[in-house]
Design a protein around this ligand. Structure first.
Ligand SMILES: *Cc1c(COP(=O)(O)O)cnc(C)c1O
Length: 387
């Protein structure tokens, strides 16, 4: 049985965020980072669907030194909630956002000289010096200045007194793959780029490159700071990190049964009637969670839910706002809850109920995606309840 859950009033569906698990994960990752290196907690995409403001407040108490987001709007949300730590925007935003970047003291990643100079002009006009982080492409081919061109870029922008390099970073494509050749190549290129900047006499600020897998698996690349994301939320980026650090999932998704029906044999369930009731004494139960809440329609007929500590099979197509599952009161099939369920019973879509658990990894495998996407999706519409 699920206890202590306080569902929101207007809808029987919610995301439960376990702030104690978040605190433990943050502290565990903090312990794996060298004492003199900093910890930047990545709270982009509303903290991977977990709620950026609440999560950031918990993380800062558990060891976060800085935060990272994807957009200027996400950075402003943290500032307006009173987060005073440095905030990095992980890619170069549109130039239109520069006045807000300066106003809210956000640090953009940058790699275009025009962006850098416009940032400098805006900051100087406000009697400020804007900190930025130089993004370097060492082989992922996503953002950043090419690793061979870092010195040239710095020569083109460093004369400006309105900007200051607060950091230099790159991002790995394959840090989760042990012994990977591309990873090693990226490390070599990053070392060379940082060395070239230092040789040319440029201030690099904090040098950083480690995401969650590199933080856990590759202490030799911690440099001045680690940028941890998915591990904070209790999810492993790969099976190999499981051996190294114990993490506890932070998000659960639950709802309550809004209707129980015992239809005649042959009755269709949901759009397209792709499922028909096969035997008597099958309860068909409705839960108000659908694909607009992040429960992917591709899971239709291919997922379980937990009720009263038992596993039940989801049936029929997942709708935009609801889905159905069956309880076989006959007790003769593979899925056989021993007791009938009732209107209002709590259903777990993601998380633990009794001895049973449905993990984001299970769901990701069934959806042919990664746990990151599973939790981001549940952040879409469901109300969050912090426990
Ligand atoms: C998302 C992101 C991270 C965090 O990655 P995890 O795998 O979740 O730890 C770090 N750095 C950059 C640039 C990112 O975009």
């Amino acid at each position: 049985m699920v206890r202590g859950a306080m569902p929101p009033e207007d809808r029987w569906a919610w995301v439960e965020i376990d702030l104690d698990a978040l605190r433990q994960n943050t502290a565990a990752l903090r312990r794996s980072i060298a004492r003199d290196a900093r910890m930047m907690c990545v709270v982009k995409a509303d903290a991977y669907g977990h709620g950026a403001v609440e999560c950031a407040k918990t993380m800062r108490r558990a060891g976060a030194d800085q935060f990272a987001v994807a957009t200027v709007t996400e950075g402003i949300e943290l500032r307006e909630a009173g987060i005073g730590e440095p905030i990095l925007i992980l890619s170069e935003p549109p130039r239109e956002t520069i006045p807000r970047i300066v106003q809210y003291d956000l640090m953009p990643a940058l790699y275009e000289s025009d962006f850098a100079l416009e940032l400098g002009e805006c900051a100087a006009a406000a009697n400020k010096v804007a900190g930025y982080h130089l993004a370097i492409d060492t082989g992922m081919t996503r953002i950043g200045v090419n690793w061979r061109d870092v010195v040239e870029l710095r020569h083109a922008i460093d004369f400006h007194r309105g900007i200051e390099c607060a950091g230099t970073f790159t991002h790995f494509a394959t840090a989760d793959v042990p012994g990977d050749w591309d990873y090693q190549m990226q490390v070599r290129r990053f070392n060379q780029a940082v060395g070239a900047l230092e040789d040319a006499g440029f201030e690099t600020g904090l040098v950083h490159c480690a995401n969650t897998p590199a933080t856990i698996l590759h202490p030799e690349v911690h440099w001045d700071m680690c940028r941890v994301g998915v591990g904070l939320y209790g999810l492993h980026p790969t099976v190999v990190t499981r051996r190294e650090v114990h993490l506890k999932p932070v998000m659960s998704v639950r709802g309550r049964i809004t209707r129980v029906e015992r239809p005649e044999v042959g009755t269709g369930v949901s759009y397209g009637a792709t499922y028909r009731v096969p035997t008597p004494n099958i309860q068909i139960c409705t839960v108000p969670i659908g694909y607009a809440d992040g429960l992917s329609r591709t899971l239709s007929g291919n997922m379980d839910v937990l009720v009263n500590g038992e596993r039940c099979r989801q049936v029929g197509r997942i709708c935009m706002d609801q889905f159905m599952f069956e309880v076989n009161v006959n007790n003769i099939r593979a899925y056989r809850p021993t007791r009938a369920v009732e209107y209002g019973d709590i259903v777990t879509v993601l998380g633990t109920d009794g001895n049973e658990m449905i993990s984001a990894d299970d769901m990701a495998t069934r959806r042919d995606t990664i746990n990151y996407e599973v939790v981001c999706d549940f952040g879409l519409r469901l109300q969050k309840v912090y426990v």
